[in-house]
Design a protein around this ligand. Structure first.
Ligand SMILES: *Cc1c(COP(=O)(O)O)cnc(C)c1O
Length: 371
């Protein structure tokens, strides 16, 4: 069996470090936030080439906190791609604002800047691009549009730890939100997330909000109405331990993608057919392959074949957000986003992780050639 993501093997490879990190948290009773979370925040801010990192409970709350900190709420509109995990839109809804869906690029699957401009109204307050699959969106164009219309930009970096745009790590703009869901490129052993920002005021607002409205040093006095979106000490310690290995795991993902690409391009049966299209890496950046997503008109058939051969695969995502029942109130219909809808029918995610073996990749490729 070839798993989609192999977290057990990853654990075994650094078991001693992780076990010690977990023991330390328990010995020190540093269960909520505390020194291990603080250490992780400092290291992760540095890893992102940014100034501040605020750890929180998960990637969805990271997005909510960032939207809140930029003052986005009731009556505001936020533009985001229809092609993403639903959490991106949920965060907008959960702060009381309205998600406005936009079309994606046919090549990178990231939000199409021309389509963003068409959807700007007097209510638009922010753009929420998603660095989907681990590839950065066309950020120069997005930041330019934002500047022209005086909009905030919050990047959904949940799939893009250490991804680069023109030689710089994400977030490209001021602020980005990360998820450390166990299966993400940097994964906790439970739920966790973070907001990374170059803006100290934004970081302070978020720190206060996620910890019951307490300003620094306050215990039972509360400056504002907050909530509890804090990060656990165990997750902080685990993430800090794993972070040291992330560059190596990221390189392995890129190597795996290169092997898949080569295998697909050299396949005699596929030559000249353009039947299976490997992912397209934009020349402006460095893709970190959270997901390795091919495109093919015979997706369902190929998926079946992989399953029969005990190879796990997935579709990210089969139903665009504008066609989800949850967002039916926005009144969209099939045909509103043709590029997104076509992609949803043709995409297929193959197994990839920081410790995938060459043998596994060859096994997956062999399914294509006998097909
Ligand atoms: C995983 C993910 C999220 C949400 O993160 P959670 O930690 O699961 O809440 C948000 N956006 C995208 C694009 C994601 O992939």
């Amino acid at each position: 069996m070839i798993p989609f993501v192999d977290l057990k093997t990853q654990y075994k490879s650094i078991q001693h470090e992780l076990d010690e990190a977990i023991r330390n948290v328990i010995n020190d009773c540093a269960f909520i936030q505390g020194k291990y979370c603080k250490e992780f925040e400092e290291n992760f801010a540095r890893a992102c080439e940014s100034s501040f990192c605020v750890g929180c409970s998960n990637g969805t709350t990271a997005l909510e906190l960032a939207l809140f900190a930029y003052g986005i709420g009731q009556g505001d509109e936020v533009i985001l791609p229809s092609h993403t995990f639903i959490a991106t839109a949920e965060a907008v809804s959960n702060v009381g604002a309205t998600p406005i869906f936009a079309e994606i690029e046919n090549t990178t699957f990231t939000i199409n800047p021309n389509d963003i401009e068409k959807r700007i109204t007097s209510k638009t307050k922010a753009i929420l691009p998603v660095h989907v699959y681990g590839q950065v969106a066309d950020m120069d164009s997005i930041l330019e549009i934002a500047k022209k219309h005086n909009l905030a930009v919050i990047e959904d970096c949940a799939q893009a730890h250490l991804a680069e745009y023109k030689g710089h790590r994400v977030p490209v703009g001021e602020t980005g939100c990360f998820s450390f869901f166990p299966g993400k490129n940097l994964g906790a052993y439970g739920d966790a997330g973070a907001v990374v920002t170059k803006n100290e005021k934004i970081a302070e607002k978020i720190r206060e909000k996620l910890n019951h409205g307490r300003k620094k040093g306050e215990k039972y006095s509360h400056s504002s109405i907050g909530t509890n979106y804090r990060m656990d000490g165990l997750q902080g310690a685990i993430l800090n331990t794993k972070l040291k290995h992330l560059p190596k795991w990221t390189e392995r993902r890129r190597q795996a993608a290169a092997l898949y690409n080569k295998g697909i391009k050299n396949n005699e049966r596929l030559k000249g057919h353009a039947d299976i299209i490997p992912p397209i890496e934009a020349d402006y950046g460095k893709h970190v392959y959270h997901l390795y997503v091919i495109r093919t008109p015979r997706r369902d058939e190929l998926m079946q074949k992989l399953k029969e051969n005990e190879i796990e695969c997935g579709v990210h995502y089969p139903i665009p957000l504008h066609l989800q029942k949850a967002y039916a109130f926005l009144g969209h219909k099939e045909g509103d986003f043709p590029v997104t809808e076509q992609a949803a029918k043709e995409i297929l995610s193959l197994p990839i992780c920081g410790n995938i073996t060459d043998e596994s990749i060859q096994k997956v490729l062999s399914i294509f050639s006998i097909h």
